[in-house]
Design a protein around this ligand. Structure first.
Ligand SMILES: [Zn+2]
Length: 203
């Protein structure tokens, strides 16, 4: 039965490329797939080390001023520590994670690349349920004023809103017309009550 050891190095590297992202939420880097493979066999140890060196080289070229991206053996450990502590997009040292993707290490500046919408706004603006938003959209949580809030990816929310309501411009216009009509009816009732009160006072 073929094993990972038997795979051509190119195929193995392709697999490792999918395993290489380091989740910011892992409690210990020992749980990363690279750590397990590193200890599995001599050939996998060699493959993971080579691929980690490749990743570190790419980081060194992309971010030459980054001190942590230097090529220091064992490369697997150096890469895992580096990826766990630095923004995935600009390589700045940070303890933050992306608001929508909580497992992605991301500085506050780079976090603006994803437009987010809060759960409260998504529900109020698009009349969508909490459960369907959580089930159908990508989301994460973040702390604001000591309260944990939910942030949804705006493009997913818009896609869900389009699925529910069709043409969103037409839906907003229809909703606005309904509000105007409701306001007109309430104002008429209020004016009528006021006229009755005025008449009773005059009598
Ligand atoms: Zn960044």
């Amino acid at each position: 039965m073929p094993t990972l050891d038997d795979l051509p190095r190119e195929v193995l590297y392709e697999i490792l490329s999918h395993l290489s992202p380091v989740s910011a939420s892992v409690p210990s880097l020992c749980r990363h797939a690279f750590s397990a493979l590193f200890l599995s066999s001599r050939s996998l140890h060699s493959a993971v080390e080579s691929y980690s060196l490749h990743l570190l080289t790419k980081l060194s070229l992309a971010f030459p001023s980054s001190p942590r991206a230097r090529l220091k053996a064992p490369y697997t450990r150096t890469y895992l520590r580096h990826a766990h502590m630095r923004c995935r997009f600009c390589d700045r040292r940070t303890r933050c994670v992306a608001r929508v993707f909580n497992d992605v290490r991301c500085c506050r500046r780079c976090d603006t690349r994803w437009e987010g919408v809060t759960m409260t706004d998504a529900r109020a603006e698009w009349r969508l349920g909490r459960d369907e938003l959580l089930a159908r959209c990508r989301w994460g949580t973040y702390m604001v004023h000591s309260v944990r809030a939910t942030m949804l990816l705006e493009e997913d929310v818009m896609a869900l809103a389009r699925e529910r309501h069709g043409d969103l411009d037409a839906w907003i216009e229809k909703r606005t017309d309904k509000w105007k009509e409701r306001y007109r009816v309430r104002k008429e009732a209020r004016d009528k009550r006021q006229r009755l009160r005025d008449r009773d006072a005059a009598a």
